[in-house]
Design a protein. Sequence first.
Length: 281
Amino acid sequence: MNQWTQESIKLFGLISCLIIGTILYVSLLLMSDVGVIGLVILPIIVIASLAFGMRAGLTFSVALLAFLFVYFLWFAPIYQEGEVQFFNWKGLSYTALLLTMSILSGLIHQLVKKVQLSRHELEERARQLIAVDPETWLDNAERFRMDVNSERDRLIRHGGSFAVSFIQLHEFTHFEERYGRTEYEWFLNYFSDELHMATRRTDQKYRVAHDTFAIIFPYTSPAAAQVVHDRIRPLLEQYELQSGEHVGLTYEDTFYEVSRENCNAVVEQILSKASATSLDV
């Protein structure tokens, strides 16, 4: 049974107990002389627990019951055979029901908060998955566009420069057809690993299209970014298949340098380049 079903059953059970408790509470009021104040106090306590949680609800309940005890004892004493009504079975049942209802309402509050937290976590995981290429686990084109704009905003505020490079593999769309799915997946895993090894931790790597990869190099010139491409070039020019056969993958390098002076124009070129490549994965 999945988590959502379990949480739904718990919520249904708590609400059912709350309804039963309300029926018992009203029945008890009809047998007592508490009056209108008894009808008002229950929704106040339940709403307080639902809104602010069990601790707040119990604190409010105890404070309210203490006030009612003092009120009945000193200002509006209700006696049954010489005893204050709080100390007979009706008064004790009344108090126990109020505290129980406060606890039930608090448990509903906790359960709803837990479900909301689980939903937020699932939404965050979904956002992360949406922003990641499922074949290489590199960030995708959507994240690339967001990060390029973020780097531009940082550059405008603090100055400096950054570089962006693209590696577009020619005819990569036919790689899977030519060598098979297993070889295709092996290459993507191997290439993404090599890309991570060839770059710094601060360099951001992306798969912006089926055949195109991009890198953002903070505080780096295109000449320094070229060094990374030089490390990757032997892998592409003499890629070894699992069979031991070597094949050459043709590709195109493109570099951009973004500074405070040209940031808007160059960023537009970068985004246009990303959009002009193959369809996003």
